[in-house]
Design a binder for this molecule. Structure first.
Ligand SMILES: Nc1nc2c(c(=O)[nH]1)N[C@H]1C(S)=C(S)[C@@H](COP(=O)(O)O)O[C@H]1N2
Ligand SMILES: [Mo]
Length: 206
């Protein structure tokens, strides 16, 4: 009996998740922590967020100003290059579209490339097109609670359609650039773009 119900459960799970697991990935219910260095702990009173244009003009928000911007809840599957995927993660955050339009109103003009800069020095680069059009957020809540520090709190970039190293934890600035520039892992051999569906793990993967 136990064997039969386990079998049924297994089949039901694979039906639910069919088509949602990129090549080479496995699904997990855990939420592993992957950080290249120590977890920074910036007090909210000292925290701010900046969108900076290529010409140096910038828009800046304090924590209170930032979290008062219109925000959304979004449920997404995430995919780490170390091969775990996690389905249906629930985030609350501010769409990059919202940030860029608020910044544009302050004279911050757009550019085709973005690099995210974080407390602790981590960076990651993205085409502007991959953080606009409802595809990316600065998330400050996870699963209905403030984002824990080990997962990037107080706020992290969330770009769920690319490998999770692009979702920069402890993010403080989006720098808009005319030319692309590799970030931390991208300059250490990870793929520049990182599409999990094309299995773009390392530089040289097509
Ligand atoms: N600032 C910063 N952001 C980061 C990292 C990091 O080391 N520092 N690691 C990246 C990697 S490789 C992954 S897989 C995810 C892991 O996020 P998690 O620890 O919340 O699972 O964060 C990404 N963002
Ligand atoms: Mo990762």
């Amino acid at each position: 009996m136990a064997l039969i119900s386990r079998g049924f459960r297994g089949r039901r799970q694979s039906a639910e998740t069919a088509g949602r697991l990129p090549p080479g990935q496995y699904a997990t219910r855990d939420f592993p922590v992957l950080s290249a260095g120590p977890t920074p702990r910036t007090p909210l009173a000292a925290w701010d967020f900046t969108v900076r244009a290529a010409d140096g003009r910038s828009a800046r928000w304090t924590w209170d100003e930032f979290t008062a911007l219109p925000h959304q809840t979004t449920t997404k599957d995430i995919h780490c290059v170390t091969k775990w995927s996690k389905f249906d993660t629930v985030w609350e955050g501010i769409s990059i579209d919202t940030l860029l339009s608020e910044a544009a109103a302050k004279g911050v003009t757009s550019s085709p490339h973005v690099i995210a800069r974080c407390d602790g020095g981590y960076t990651t680069n993205l085409p502007l097109a991959d953080v606009t059009g409802g595809k990316a957020w600065i998330a400050f809540m996870y699963d209905g609670k403030p984002l824990p520090p080990e997962h990037g709190g107080p706020a992290r970039l969330l770009v769920p359609h690319l490998y999770f190293w692009k979702s920069a934890k402890w993010v403080r600035e989006l720098l808009l650039m005319e030319r692309d520039m590799p970030g931390f892992w991208e300059s250490l051999g990870y793929h520049n773009y990182g599409d999990p569906w094309r299995e773009q793990r390392y530089a040289g993967d097509e």
